[in-house]
Design a protein around this ligand. Structure first.
Ligand code: NAD
Ligand code: DAU
Length: 359
């Protein structure tokens, strides 16, 4: 690996992955962040990396993965040998309200990348396309059982259906044309730089502002939580050692009901930033803000990943335990006020024209 194209590198996991690769691995080559900067793309999330490594080991290309000319020229200009494909529309609630962008980016965008990669690499040795996907493609579990790599696909939201389609296309490009691919299906991530539309950052920021904490349905839906850095190290292990054509499940082995998560966020906040000292709370406790609301349509009940394959075959394992990593995450949101403020007032959308050096 010399030149890695990371799609969606201004998003939550992509930005963490770029930081991980450049600062925590022995990789000495170049990382090219290819991102359209949708509402979820935020260059503040890679600002430190741009300042330290921009124009040397880190480059940014603002473009759409559906734009085949731009994808092809980027592959060529940077002599890309590895693609790590994170870019996607990623929020289930938004996919219910408006599925079109999910079809465009997640299906057509992935197709465009595959087509351009095949055309550019033309069977070159050492090239690799890693596709980052989700456990949601497997559907919803009852109270027992796990998702395995062999579990039949049963996506149930526009988001998970679009991700399932993209997974099938990636496999088809391997089987039909021999494109060197790997796929990972991961459970719910949390950690720094996550856009506050997802459960954990939404609850942290709403609580600090004294706003309601909306829990869908009965709050007993279960997700399997993984700290984002553990996802990054898993993807890295697949890039280094994963077998071409294989799929690897990645998970936290950490099942929690949503209501448990929200209560834990409230109790950590009481210690780190007490409600009694927060004027927005007006004498309430954070947990007083918990509000049960109408359920998400088609809300999957339970996800739980079996990730024995990546553990046994590649020697990967999780390094972070839930309570300490959640505390670390909450402290990050408390101490990164300007990142939060720029999202709240929308100024993160203007950072490119104001500050970007054009590297
Ligand atoms: P995110 O929404 O935070 O970031 C997505 C990024 O993709 C943004 O920077 C956005 O600007 C970019 N993007 C969107 N459409 C684009 C397009 N057409 N062209 C170029 N860039 C585009 O998402 P995330 O939570 O970081 O998720 C990253 C990937 O991981 C997704 O593929 C998602 O399906 C998958 N995944 C996420 C989780 C999770 O818990 N967040 C878990 C498993 C898998
Ligand atoms: O499982 C992996 C998936 O995890 C990823 O593929 C997705 O990109 C990612 O968004 C995430 O999907 P979820 O729908 O599970 O994440 P979300 O944070 O939106 O919701 C987590 C759970 O919390 C879910 O059961 C819905 C519930 N929820 C969510 C929000 C935003 C609430 O109860 N209230 C809320 O306000």
């Amino acid at each position: 690996m010399k030149n890695i194209l990371v799609t969606g590198g201004a998003g939550f996991i992509g930005s963490n992955f770029i930081r991980y690769v450049i600062e925590e691995t022995s990789f000495k080559g170049r990382v090219i962040n290819y991102d359209k900067l949708t509402y979820a793309g935020n260059l503040n999330s890679v600002r430190d990396i741009d300042e330290k490594y921009g124009g040397k080991r880190y480059f940014f290309v603002k473009a759409d993965i559906c734009d085949s000319k731009k994808v092809s020229s980027t592959l060529q200009n940077f002599k890309i040998d590895t693609i790590v494909h994170f870019a996607a529309e990623s929020h289930v609630d938004r996919s219910i309200l408006g599925p079109e962008e999910f079809i465009k980016t997640n299906i057509n965008g992935t197709f465009t990348l595959l087509k351009c990669a095949l055309n550019f690499w033309k069977g070159a040795k050492g090239a690799r396309f890693h596709h980052v996907s989700t456990d949601e493609v497997y559907g919803s579990l009852g109270p027992r059982g796990y998702f395995y790599e062999t579990t039949p696909y049963d996506p149930r939201s526009p988001y998970s259906s679009s991700k399932a389609s993209s997974d099938h296309l990636v496999r088809a490009y391997h089987h039909t044309y021999g494109l060197p691919v790997t796929i990972s299906n991961c459970s719910n991530n949390y950690g720094p730089y996550q856009f506050p539309e997802k459960l954990i950052p939404l609850m942290i920021l709403n609580a600090l502002d004294g706003k309601p904490l909306p829990v869908y349905g009965d709050g007993k839906n279960v997700r399997d939580w993984l700290y984002v850095r553990d996802h990054c190290s898993a993807v890295w292990a697949i890039l280094k050692k994963g077998r071409i054509g294989e799929t690897y499940n990645i998970g936290g082995e950490c099942e929690k009901k949503n209501i448990e998560i929200v209560k834990t966020v409230c109790s950590i906040l009481e210690k780190e930033s007490p409600s009694s000292e927060n004027p927005s709370l007006k004498g309430k406790k954070y947990s007083d803000l918990i509000t049960f609301v109408k359920d998400r349509p088609g809300h999957d009940r339970r996800y739980a990943i079996n990730c024995d394959k990546i553990k046994e075959e590649l020697g990967w394992k999780q390094s972070f335990d839930f309570n300490s990593a959640l505390r670390k995450t909450i402290k990050w949101y408390l101490s990164n006020e300007s990142w939060v403020k720029d999202i709240k007032d929308g100024s993160y959308r203007k950072w490119l024209s104001k500050n970007y050096s054009g590297r």
